[in-house]
Design a protein around this ligand. Structure first.
Ligand code: CO
Length: 148
């Protein structure tokens, strides 16, 4: 299993190299203190597809310390966070909401998930925010997603 993951990781890395050496894959961690380990993520506009992997490095369960990674425009961020809170489990996001550019599932401690999405329709230099839509978490778990 580790070998398979390594091969997939290597293949992803190779595709990134093709995109002028820019990063097309990103890894972000969430913990039990309601924090992501980064407040900014940068990808190249030359990436045809971006893959974000979210690792929950805590130990608490998804129903008490759930984390996901959601991307919206910064203009939509607060409204989608509120709608997500109202939507409740398991996704904490409104179903089929066009304002959600990309989102992972909600995971608990020790779990990992990822999402791949096309950024060709997004604007380089546009104002995008990533956050966790678990109730209340968007206040502490958010950051800028920069396409350059
Ligand atoms: Co969270």
């Amino acid at each position: 299993m580790r070998t398979i993951i390594a091969i997939v990781a290597l293949a992803s890395w190779s595709m990134c190299q093709a995109a002028y050496g820019q990063e097309c894959t990103q890894v972000i961690e969430g913990n039990d203190l309601i924090k992501f380990n980064v407040t900014e993520m940068r990808v190249s506009a030359s990436c045809s597809e971006v893959t974000v992997t979210l690792r929950h490095v805590g130990t608490l369960a998804a129903n008490v310390m759930g984390h996901n990674w959601v991307l919206t425009t910064t203009a939509d961020y607060m409204a989608v966070a509120s709608a997500g809170q109202a939507a409740g489990p398991p996704s904490y996001l409104p179903a089929g909401d066009a304002r959600v550019i990309a989102a992972t599932e909600v995971i608990g401690g020790g779990a990992e998930t990822s999402v791949s999405f096309d950024i060709s329709a997004l604007a380089a230099g546009g104002d995008y925010t990533f956050f966790c839509s678990f109730p209340g978490h968007f206040v502490l778990m958010n950051g800028k997603f920069i396409i350059e």
